[in-house]
Design a protein around this ligand. Structure first.
Ligand code: AP5
Length: 219
């Protein structure tokens, strides 16, 4: 069975962490618009050039750009792959676009998992985050350090990086954007009866277990 799942939650809620676990454990594919945009910025594509300043300010890139990226990526993947939307949709217009994107490809949205978190803890989570520059494995200064100091657990690289928008000031703007534009789309999905709320403040393994329980009944 092919699943189409949204992971929803504010910056630092753990969407990327959990989506990556689901990729590893179930062969689902993580569709992160943030990752797609960062790749475009790095490659210096026209979309990347347009998005960079907006992302550095913690504001939202245009609905047309991100929905276009999602449609293209789904076309590349084909029809028989389960996907997790991470960081998309983020506005009512994107939520509406996603419905059209999915139905045009014979897919339907199965479930929305909201990671419920305490915003005060998120600044700490985000400003402590770093990742392997080679394979992208995520770490945190306190919650998830490499097992051997300065060495990636996955690929052994000694090169790590931090995101330019992971500073306290930009994080506050990103959270304000979430409250103003993204949180209001939850009632759309609540009305369809497809939202499950998971405690995103629990340890990473427990959050993963809770999501697994949801997936076992979704679809
Ligand atoms: P994006 O890349 O999507 O960033 P975000 O939504 O701000 O989310 P984050 O990646 O910061 O957090 P996360 O929830 O994935 O947390 P993570 O798992 O890393 O977007 C970046 C920018 O791109 C946006 O600001 C915007 O400009 C643009 N953009 C992207 N999509 C867009 C769209 N659809 N429309 C318009 N613009 C768009 O976890 C964070 C840290 O906490 C990690 O260190 C992790 O190890 C740790 N952690 C995770 N879970 C736990 C736990 N349970 N306990 C303790 N620590 C934990």
């Amino acid at each position: 069975m092919t699943l189409n799942i949204i992971l929803l939650g504010p910056p630092g809620a753990g969407k990327g962490t959990q989506a990556s676990r689901l990729e590893d454990e179930h062969g689902m594919v993580q569709l992160s618009t943030g990752d797609m945009l960062r790749a475009a910025v790095k490659a210096g594509t026209p979309i990347g050039l347009q998005a960079k300043a907006v992302m550095d300010a913690g504001e939202l890139v245009s609905d047309e750009i991100v929905s276009g990226l999602i449609g293209e990526r789904l076309d590349e993947l084909g029809g028989d792959v389960s996907v997790i939307f991470d960081g998309y949709p983020r506005t009512a217009a994107q939520a509406e676009a996603l419905d059209g994107i999915l139905s045009a490809r014979g897919r339907k949205l199965d479930h929305v998992i909201e990671l419920v978190v305490d915003e005060d803890a998120l600044v700490d989570r985000i400003t402590g985050r770093f990742s392997c520059a080679k394979c992208g494995e995520g770490y945190h200064d306190r919650y998830k350090l490499p097992k051997v100091a300065d060495t990636c657990d996955v690929c052994g690289s000694h090169d790590f990086k931090r995101r330019p928008d992971d500073n306290a000031e930009t994080v506050r703007t990103r959270m304000a954007e979430y409250r103003a534009k993204t949180a209001p789309i939850l009632p759309i999905y609540d009305a369809r009866g497809i939202v499950t709320r998971v405690d995103g403040m629990a340890p990473i393994d427990e959050v993963n277990d809770a999501i697994e329980t949801v997936l076992a009944t979704a679809g």
